[in-house]
Each structure stands twice: as structure tokens, then as C-alpha cells.
Write a protein that binds this ligand. Structure first.
Ligand SMILES: Cc1ncc(COP(=O)(O)O)c(C=O)c1O
Length: 348
């Protein structure tokens, strides 16, 4: 499918010549070479050489795993880096803006602000769904990106697929569907539909179901021309050797990941049931993620009581429409037992 990149990307960056790293100038033909081209230290450790700037080995594995061609994959130092890069690449500071649907993941606004880019917010409906007509009515030529975390953070619910499709088909700019929690959701990823929508970008992360928040790896999937552009504006070695090695190993352990997801979903159900028994928990919002949002009588009080008991949750009360809420990640069975016991001792 064709794409007019001029419509989406910053004109001033389209012609930018990327930094040419030493390792990209020479293509290995399979021979063992003496590498004197990159001012590295020759004494062998596991990390004395620069990593592959294009991460070909890992991308080959990810392409097979996600069933997306290599030239439609961009790897980032956590999804956070991709979020910042796509804003920088699409939005002219002081001119363009991004569209957010609060309550939403906080990093989008931070990244926009750091890049001098404005934010237009279109709140979710009362039941935390997308206000499709308001988003489309509010958007204009300067609306370059629409960020939709699905499932949503901090509310935990998934959005109606039909609404997402309507937005992808009608939004003027690029739609970034952030599937950080997709492994925990009932609905499948939108990735198989990528080829149908040139303005759809999907990002996923190794930080949640894959259990690798510490290695910092995000994966973005989009039209090949958008990926080409992202590769042009990225830092040359944005994914380090230790991350590449750890993730390649992780990809061989997907059976264990699946088991852990099943375990966490079971635990989520158990937590939901126990929350619903307590009078001072007013609402337990339905979750499609590895966390649960609850509305309580007094979030500051309950947060402090949990801290006192040695348990840290997130007070989400500052998010739009989330007054008096706590966001609680699903832990191990043992951790959840302690949490449930503590919650049961708190007075209504
Ligand atoms: C919706 C969403 N996207 C992205 C991220 C961050 O992902 P990463 O750890 O890959 O930067 C988070 C983290 O909480 C998130 O909630």
C-alpha cells in the first residue's frame, strides 16, 4: 500500500542525512576480519564491539514471531524512546500537536512537551471508551499523531475495536496503537491489519508480559517508509549488546511466558473477586491488563495505609476522571495473598 510520507513527517527532517556508523559502511562477506574501523578497544570482552545498529539478527526473529516483514519493524530503547522519536519526527515544534485521550499513559504528554510540541486532549467517555466523534471533530491539519494505549493505562480496559478502526480510517495523521498490555487482553493484537492501514503504527514492549522491563526494548511496527524514516533519525546504537542477547534468549522461552500470563490472569480474577467483597472499594473497573484500577472511599488514606503495611500501589487520582482511584499491579500469588489480607483488615 502506498503512503505519502510528506503528509505525516516533518518536512525539515525528510532530507536529513543520518549518521553513518563505521559498521554500516562495510558489509561482512562471511570472512573473519580484523576490525580497525570503529575505534573500539580490541581486548575481547562480551561487549567491546559496538552492537549492530540495525539489529538484524533480533529483527529476523521478531519478524517470524510477529509475522511482520523486517522492513516494517523498528526497535527502541523501551517504547518510551519510540514515543519520543515519533513525536520528534512528525511534529514541527510550536506548530503541530498530538492528540491524547485522557486518562492515558503519562509519557506521551511528557515526550511532546520535551519536544516543544502541543497536546490536544479529548477525554474518554464516562465508561472509559473513545469519544470517536469528538476526536475527529477536534482534530485538524496540525494533528499529526493520535496515541491510543490499548488496553489503556491507567484504566486497564480495552477500547472497542470498531472505534479504533473508525479512527484509523478517518484521522488525518498517524494513529499509534500502543499495545503494551496486549498479551493480557481478550482481544488479539491489531498487527494482522497493519498492511491495510498505511497510517497505523503499533507499538509493543518487552517490559510487561515478557518480564523484561530492565532490558528496555520496545518494538514498533508500521509502513516500511515510516520505519525507514525512524531508522534515519535514531541514535546509531540505540539497542545495546546486552539487551540484544537477553531478548534473543527470551524469544526461546515463550512457553514460559504464556504460562506466566495464564497465572497472572488467574491472579487478576482472584484479586478482582476479593476487591468486590470490600465495602470501601466502591468500583473495581474491568481489566484487560496486568493491573486493576479501583475507586475507593479515600485514595490518599488507603494509599498511606498500604504503604504502612509494606505494599506500594499507584495512586492514580490525578488522572482525569480517576478521582479516588488506586492502580494495583497483579503480583505473585504470595504477594497477592498478603495484599488481600491487608485490605481485609482495613476498616470501612
Ligand atoms: C501504555 C504504555 N505504553 C508504554 C509503556 C512503557 O513501555 P516501555 O517500558 O517499553 O518504555 C507503558 C509503561 O507503563 C505503558 O503503560
Amino acid at each position: 500500500m502506498k503512503i505519502d510520507v510528506n503528509k505525516y513527517l516533518r518536512k525539515s527532517l525528510l532530507a536529513v542525512a543520518p549518521y553513518q556508523s563505521a559498521r554500516e559502511e562495510y558489509v561482512n562477506d562471511g570472512r573473519k576480519m580484523i576490525l580497525l574501523d570503529a575505534n573500539e578497544n580490541p581486548f575481547a570482552t562480551a561487549v567491546n564491539r559496538y552492537p549492530d545498529p540495525m539489529q538484524l539478527e533480533l529483527k529476523t526473529q521478531i519478524a517470524a514471531w510477529k509475522k511482520v516483514p523486517i522492513n516494517q519493524i523498528y526497535l527502541s530503547n523501551g517504547s518510551d524512546e519510540f514515543i519520543s522519536q515519533i513525536i520528534m519526527g512528525c511534529c514541527e515544534p510550536g506548530v503541530d500537536h498530538i492528540v491524547l485521550v485522557p486518562p492515558t499513559f503519562g509519557m506521551y504528554k511528557v515526550a511532546a512537551t520535551l519536544n516543544g510540541v502541543g497536546v490536544v486532549e479529548v477525554p474518554l467517555t464516562e465508561d472509559f471508551q473513545l469519544d470517536v466523534s469528538a476526536i475527529l471533530e477536534t482534530s485538524n491539519e496540525q494533528s499529526k499523531l493520535l496515541f491510543i494505549p490499548n488496553p489503556n493505562n491507567p484504566t486497564g480496559n480495552s477500547f472497542n475495536r470498531k472505534d479504533i478502526k473508525t479512527l484509523v480510517e478517518n484521522f488525518n495523521g498517524l494513529v499509534v496503537l500502543d499495545e503494551a498490555y496486549v498479551e493480557f487482553a481478550e482481544a488479539k493484537s491489531i498487527l494482522p491489519e497493519l498492511a491495510k492501514h498505511p497510517n497505523l503504527m503499533v507499538c509493543q514492549t518487552l517490559s510487561k508480559a515478557q518480564g523484561m522491563a530492565g532490558v528496555r526494548l520496545g518494538m514498533a511496527f508500521a509502513h516500511a517508509e515510516l520505519i525507514l524514516f525512524l531508522n534515519k533519525i535514531k541514535a546509531p546504537y540505540n539497542i545495546n549488546s546486552l539487551t540484544l542477547k537477553a531478548v534473543l534468549q527470551k524469544l526461546k522461552e515463550q512457553e514460559l511466558v504464556k504460562e506466566q500470563v495464564v497465572y497472572l490472569l488467574k491472579e487478576r480474577k482472584r484479586l478482582e473477586a476479593s476487591f468486590k467483597e470490600l465495602d470501601w472499594i466502591i468500583t473495581c473497573f474491568p481489566s484487560d491488563a496486568n493491573f486493576i484500577l479501583i475507586r475507593v472511599d479515600d485514595s490518599a488514606l488507603r494509599y498511606a495505609q498500604l504503604i504502612e503495611a509494606g505494599i506500594v500501589v499507584r495512586n492514580s487520582s490525578n488522572s482525569l476522571g480517576c478521582e479516588n482511584t488506586l492502580r494495583i499491579s497483579v503480583g505473585t500469588q504470595e504477594e497477592n495473598n498478603i495484599l488481600i489480607n491487608v485490605l481485609q483488615t482495613l476498616e470501612a
